[in-house]
Design a protein. Structure first.
Length: 135
């Protein structure tokens, strides 16, 4: 794996546990969601994410902390991704980063960006990574 080379892999959502919070009858629907995913390809493993979601007739957004364990570009370990997204109609934007210092095993020292996408072909995660000496 070359530092800063994007790694793109599909994933499947295998678990979705949602509960509402906030006042009933408000314009915005607020929810907490636990999501479980399985990744295949150059990113292989499983993750669990805790999301806070908000939606209304105009748009929606979420923020999440996600714990991944598995193999990325041949490196075995775990890491934490913090990510989010906003949507208005069909226009959406995702953003995310690896939490510095969260990498373990061969993923120790990992830094980088994480972008989640969804289209008619399914879900994907794109990681752009680099490694630093945390010594």
């Amino acid at each position: 794996m070359t530092d800063d080379a994007p790694i793109i892999a599909p994933f499947e959502i295998i678990g979705w546990e949602q509960s509402s919070y906030g006042d009933e009858g408000e314009r915005n629907e607020l929810a907490r969601v636990t999501v479980t995913k399985v990744f295949t390809g150059d990113i292989e493993g499983e993750s669990t994410a805790e999301l806070l979601m908000a939606g209304n007739p105009v748009g929606a957004g979420y923020v999440a902390s996600e714990f991944f364990t598995g193999v990325i570009g041949g490196r075995v370990g775990s890491l934490v991704i913090q990510h989010g997204g906003l949507a208005e109609g069909d226009d959406g934007h995702s953003f995310g980063s690896i939490v510095p210092g969260s990498g373990t095993g061969a993923l120790a020292g990992v830094r980088g960006e994480a972008i989640y996408a969804n289209n008619e072909e399914g879900h994907t995660l794109t990681l752009t990574l680099r490694f630093v000496d945390e010594g």
